[in-house]
Ligand binder design. Structure first.
Ligand SMILES: [Zn+2]
Length: 336
């Protein structure tokens, strides 16, 4: 939930001067950001699962802020080069999108192009291949557009945005897990939703990825085939997910994918065995979603990344990541 603009202003007044003072002490460092989807402000407000989306106007403002503050926006490859000691007095950020929905192509890439800065896409290949059911997008779409839906034989009436958000949370938390696709299929049948059409309304396509792969500002990385929680798989299955997504992207797009991001990405989702598998699969790096900064000597197969949550729409909140405060706080609290 975002606060009032007065509260946001107060937070910025408090944190931005502190951040500037901290900047001088902290020196060279890299900060990797990640998010999933993006939407224009007017749409964002109504979305039943809006925390999953960055407000694109905010991202636009943040890119301008970084540029004015002397931060370089770089690819993961360049971030690794700098963290390895080259260009040692720089401050740099990377933005990556995980999974890849069609708004990566339609909404986000144009903004990065306008700022003339790179963007990394970690693609789950089951999305453009149409083999991974996008159940959360399908559920959200129905809850956003309809006055009522049928769930498990019961009618759920929907009018205010708040009701739609609560319904999303309630239903998604019940579906989440190995049976999510089955729940979604039953929901689509009960509500007359064309599952295939719904998939392509939200998925990125190979045609879009072909165009993006030709753009010098776009770096393409891999994010498994089926968005699997790697730590939960046996070694062969885990390697097949990691390596398979790289092979598919390389063959389909004629590129050499070098970077990987673990789905979910927290400590319980990927560990030392999985970092070693990413190396074995031929990647040069693998990213997690453990908060923190990139500094010299960091292990390249467990890179920290800071997730931009849709409701964190203040530059003050972003400065907390840029100074490393959120990473330190997460480690102290044991939320890694
Ligand atoms: Zn993901």
């Amino acid at each position: 939930m975002i606060g009032s603009s007065a509260a946001m202003l107060a937070a910025n007044v408090l944190t931005l001067p502190l951040a500037k003072a901290a900047d001088r002490m902290l020196g060279p460092r890299g900060c990797l950001f990640t998010f999933h989807r993006a939407a224009p402000t007017a749409e964002w407000d109504k979305l039943p699962n809006r925390d999953f989306y960055v407000d694109i106007a905010f991202l636009d403002r943040f890119l301008a802020y970084l540029n004015a503050g002397g931060w370089d926006v770089v690819t993961v490859g360049e971030a690794l080069r700098r963290s390895g000691g080259a260009d040692n007095d720089s401050r740099y950020v990377n933005f990556s999108i995980d999974d890849c929905y069609r708004d990566s192509f339609e909404v986000v890439a144009p903004v990065f192009r306008r700022h003339n800065v790179p963007l990394t896409l970690f693609v789950t290949t089951g999305i453009p291949d149409g083999t991974l059911p996008l159940w959360s997008a399908g559920l959200e779409d129905a809850l956003l557009k309809r006055d009522s839906v049928m769930v498990d034989g019961q009618i759920v009436k929907l009018s205010k945005a708040e009701e739609r958000r609560k319904a999303y949370q309630r239903i998604a938390s019940r579906w989440d897990g190995p049976d999510a696709a089955r729940h979604h299929a039953a929901f689509c049948a009960a509500n007359g939703i064309d599952m295939d059409a719904m998939h392509w309304k939200h998925a990125i396509s190979w045609e879009m990825l072909e165009a993006l792969a030709k753009d010098p500002l776009i770096e393409i990385g891999a994010h498994t085939i089926n968005h699997a929680r790697i730590s939960s798989l046996a070694p062969e299955a885990a390697l097949a997910e990691i390596e398979g997504s790289r092979t598919r992207l390389n063959e389909r797009l004629g590129i050499n994918v070098q970077h990987f991001a673990f789905p979910y990405g927290r400590s319980a989702d990927c560990g030392p065995r999985d970092f070693a598998l990413a190396r074995r699969a031929g990647f040069l790096s693998a990213a997690t979603t453990r908060k923190g900064l990139l500094r010299g000597g960091h292990d390249r197969f467990s890179l920290p990344r800071n997730t931009i949550n849709g409701s964190h729409r203040s530059l003050g909140a972003m400065e907390m990541h840029l100074t490393g405060f959120t990473g330190t706080a997460a480690r102290i609290a044991g939320r890694v």
